[in-house]
Ligand binder design. Structure first.
Ligand SMILES: *[C@@H]1O[C@H](CO)[C@@H](O)[C@H](O)[C@H]1NC(C)=O
Length: 159
């Protein structure tokens, strides 16, 4: 019991250390054949983590990425990691992201996405009033099947 509690605390401590310091980082713990393709990331109202997600408001996300192979479709994989446990972000996790992908001139992307071209992923999500005021690490990936195409982790705080 003591041992496992210590292990969990140590893991949380490591995650916090790793996730701190930079605006975001690659999801190196995620098994993937595709390297992280993100070239820039903006989260509204979040110059610097932890990102304050205000309940009853909408947060906007803008990610620029360059896939290194052609992509036929994208889905989200969005988890809030709390006490080292990934909890699916209801309504945002496991939804089609294909409609949210744009070319550099702001047009809807044509599919498949082409390797080496730059694309934009724009999304917004509601921070519901009933969310508990917790401080998760948000894990946000775009996946094709089991392959992670883009992924980032960011410290957040629901306020
Ligand atoms: C995506 O979001 C960025 C930053 O908010 C904005 O400048 C851009 O116009 C958006 N693009 C589309 C197609 O909505």
């Amino acid at each position: 019991m003591f041992k496992s509690t210590f292990f969990i605390l140590a893991t949380i401590f490591c995650l916090v250390i790793l996730a701190d310091g930079t605006k975001y980082r690659d999801c190196q713990n995620v098994k993937s054949e595709v390297n992280d393709a993100i070239t820039s990331l903006e989260i509204s109202g979040c110059e610097k983590p932890p990102c304050k997600l205000r309940r009853g408001t909408t947060t906007f996300l803008h990610e620029t990425f360059i896939p290194n192979r052609n992509i036929n479709q994208l889905k989200t994989s969005v988890k809030a990691i709390l006490l080292n446990l990934p909890v699916p972000f209801i309504g945002v996790d496991n939804v089609d992201a294909s409609k949210d992908i744009y070319t550099t001139d702001g047009q809807k992307a044509e599919w498949p996405l082409i390797a080496g071209r730059e694309y934009h992923y724009n999304n917004s999500f509601a921070v519901e009033k009933f969310y508990p005021t917790v401080a998760p690490i948000v894990h946000w990936a775009l996946v094709e099947g089991n392959d992670v195409v883009t992924c980032f982790l960011v410290n957040a705080r629901i306020v």
